[in-house]
Write a protein that binds this ligand. Structure first.
Ligand SMILES: *Cc1c(COP(=O)(O)O)cnc(C)c1O
Length: 490
C-alpha cells in the first residue's frame, strides 16, 4: 500500500485517488509516494506486451487503491482511438554525427505534443477517484500553460461530465498555432483566457488560487492538470518502459543494459517521470536534463544553486521557457528530505534562490546531468539531422538533441531523445532553422513543412485555422481569482 505525502510535510498523508483529486497538497507541497522502496518492481513485468499493458503494470503500482480491474478499464478508455501511432509512443532510429540515437516520438496524440499521453489519462483517473471517494462536487480544473498543456488539457477534459476546465496562458507568449488550438475549443465546459504576464506569472497565479480559493466554492472543487498533479506524472512513466521494450525488440540493447535518456525540460515533470522509472527498477543510466537559454536547471544541476532571479528569455522552444520548475521539488523530497525541501521552497519564495548541500548535489549528479543549448544550436541540430537523415525535429526535441551532442555518450548502450512535439506544431521556427522562407502564416508554414517531409498533417492541427475563435478574454494576474470564482458559479 502506498501512502502519498506532501513533499513539505509528511503528516499530510493520503491514498493515490485523493492525491489525484486534490492536485496539490495543502500548504503548498506536492504529493509523492512516501518511500521509493514502495514502487520497486521487477521491470520485466512492465515491458511486456504493448503500451497499454505497460501502462496497466505501471499504474497498478502507483494507483494501488483504484483496484486492478478499475485500472485495466481506465487504461483502455484513456488510449483507445486517440493516438495515430499503434505503439502510442514509437521509437525511431536517427543518424547522429557519431553514433546513432533513438528518438521517442511522444506527439502522436490529439494536440501533437507529449502532454496528450498524460492528459488523455487524467480525466479518467479523476472521474474514478471521485467515485471512490464518494465525491459529489463538480471539479474545476485550473491550469497554467506555456502553450502545450492548455490544448492537451482542453482535449482531455472537453465535455467530460462533472468537470470544467479553465486554462490561463501568457498573453503573446504562445505560438499562433498553440493559441488557436485553445481559443477555438468548443467544449461547453471549456474556458481559455490570456493573462498579462509570462508563464511563471501564470503558474504562480494558479498556485496562489489553490491556496486562496476556499474549497469547495459554489459546490465546485478545484484540481489541477499541471504536472504538479501526480495523476499527470504517472502516465508519463510508462513511455520510458515502452522505449526500453522497443530497444530490446529492435536488438539495439541486451536485457539489463543501461539506457540514457535526454529530456527537453521545462517544469521537470517529464524527466521526473524518468526518475520514477529508474527507481521502479528500469535500467536507466543518465537522465540528461536539456534546457534552452533559460538555463536555471543547468546551473542548479552543476552547482547546487537554484537562482530564479535572472533574465527570462523568450525562445523558439516556448514550452521550456520556465524559471521555476515545479517538479524539481519532488526530486528534492527524495534526495534532501521534507524538512530541507520545505526550507528550500520557502527560500525560493522569499528570496528567489537556495542552495542544496554538497552531498545532496552529489547524489543528484550521480543520475542527472544538466546541459543547455540556445536557439541557434537547436536550429543547427534541426538542419543537420534533416540533411543527414531526412528526419525533422521540432524546436524542443532539437534542444535535447543538441544537448545530447554536447554531453557526449561515454557509457550508455543506447541513447533515447524524448521528442515532445510534432514539427508541425512549431512550423515557423522549424522552417527558419532549415533556411526556408516563411510564408507569413502558421497555416502556410504547415503546408510548407508538409511539402518538405511528405508526412501527413496531424488531424488535430489541420482544422484550427478555419474554426471560429470562441475565447477572447485577456486579464491581469490580479484578476484571476474573481475570474475563476465566476467560472465556477456558472
Ligand atoms: C511541456 C513541454 C516540455 C517540458 O516538459 P516538462 O514536463 O514541463 O519538463 C517540453 N517540450 C514540449 C513540447 C512541451 O510541451
Amino acid at each position: 500500500m502506498i501512502d502519498y505525502v506532501s513533499t513539505r510535510n509528511t503528516d499530510i498523508r493520503v491514498r493515490s485517488g485523493r492525491a489525484v483529486l486534490d492536485g496539490q497538497a495543502s500548504g503548498g507541497g506536492l504529493y509523492v509516494p512516501e518511500k521509493l522502496d514502495d514502487i520497486k518492481t521487477d521491470y520485466h513485468d512492465a515491458i511486456k506486451g504493448g503500451f497499454r499493458d505497460m501502462a496497466k503494470a505501471v499504474w497498478k503500482v502507483f494507483f494501488d487503491d483504484y483496484g486492478p480491474d478499475n485500472i485495466d478499464r481506465l487504461v483502455e478508455n484513456s488510449y483507445r482511438d486517440k493516438f495515430s501511432a499503434p505503439e502510442i509512443t514509437p521509437l525511431v532510429k536517427v543518424k547522429a554525427a557519431s553514433d546513432d540515437a533513438y528518438v521517442l516520438e511522444l506527439y502522436h496524440g490529439p494536440t501533437s505534443a507529449f502532454k496528450d499521453v498524460a492528459l488523455s489519462a487524467l480525466p479518467n483517473l479523476l472521474s474514478a477517484a471521485r467515485e471512490m471517494n464518494g465525491f459529489t462536487d463538480d471539479i474545476m480544473i485550473l491550469t497554467a500553460t506555456s502553450g502545450d498543456t492548455g490544448s492537451a488539457a482542453i482535449a482531455g477534459f472537453s465535455d467530460v461530465p462533472g468537470t470544467g476546465i479553465t486554462v490561463f496562458y501568457p498573453h503573446g507568449g504562445v505560438s499562433d498555432t498553440q493559441r488557436l488550438q485553445m481559443v477555438t475549443a468548443a467544449g461547453a465546459n471549456v474556458t481559455a483566457c490570456a493573462v498579462r504576464g509570462n508563464f511563471d506569472d501564470a503558474q504562480t497565479g494558479v498556485k496562489k488560487l489553490f491556496r486562496e480559493i476556499p474549497r469547495p466554492v459554489e459546490g465546485v472543487s478545484l484540481s489541477s492538470a499541471n504536472s504538479i498533479n501526480i495523476g499527470r506524472l504517472v502516465p508519463q512513466i510508462v513511455y520510458y518502459f515502452s522505449a526500453y521494450a522497443q530497444l530490446l525488440e529492435k536488438g539495439a540493447i541486451k536485457d539489463g543494459d543501461k539506457v540514457d535518456f535526454v529530456v527537453p525540460t521545462g517544469n521537470f515533470g517529464d524527466i521526473m517521470a524518468g526518475y520514477f522509472a529508474l527507481k521502479m527498477g528500469l535500467p536507466v543510466g543518465r537522465l540528461i536534463c536539456a534546457s534552452n537559454k533559460n538555463d536555471v536547471l543547468t546551473e542548479f544541476l552543476q552547482t547546487g544553486h537554484y537562482d530564479r532571479k535572472r533574465e527570462f528569455y523568450k525562445t523558439t522552444s516556448p514550452s521550456m521557457d520556465i524559471l521555476v520548475s515545479s517538479n524539481l521539488e519532488r526530486l528534492l523530497y527524495y534526495v534532501c528530505g521534507p524538512e530541507h525541501t520545505l526550507s528550500y521552497m520557502k527560500q525560493l519564495e522569499e528570496s528567489g534562490e537556495y542552495s542544496i548541500t554538497s552531498s545532496e548535489l552529489d547524489e543528484i549528479k550521480s543520475i542527472f546531468e544538466g546541459v543547455c543549448a540556445d536557439d541557434d544550436e537547436g536550429a543547427a541540430a534541426i538542419k543537420s539531422v534533416f540533411e543527414r537523415d531526412h528526419y525533422l525535429m521540432d524546436t524542443h526535441t532539437s534542444i535535447a538533441w543538441a544537448c545530447m551532442e554536447k554531453a557526449g555518450r561515454p557509457d550508455a548502450a543506447a541513447t533515447v531523445v524524448l521528442s515532445t512535439a510534432s514539427p508541425y506544431k512549431f512550423s515557423a521556427a522549424v522552417l527558419d532553422a532549415l533556411g526556408e522562407k516563411l510564408t507569413g502564416s502558421d497555416e502556410g508554414n504547415m503546408s510548407k513543412v508538409r511539402e518538405l517531409t511528405g508526412a501527413a498533417l496531424p488531424a488535430g492541427l489541420a482544422g484550427i485555422f478555419k474554426k471560429p475563435v470562441i475565447h477572447n478574454d485577456v486579464i491581469d494576474i490580479a484578476d484571476m481569482k474573481p475570474y475563476v470564482i465566476e467560472k465556477c458559479t456558472k
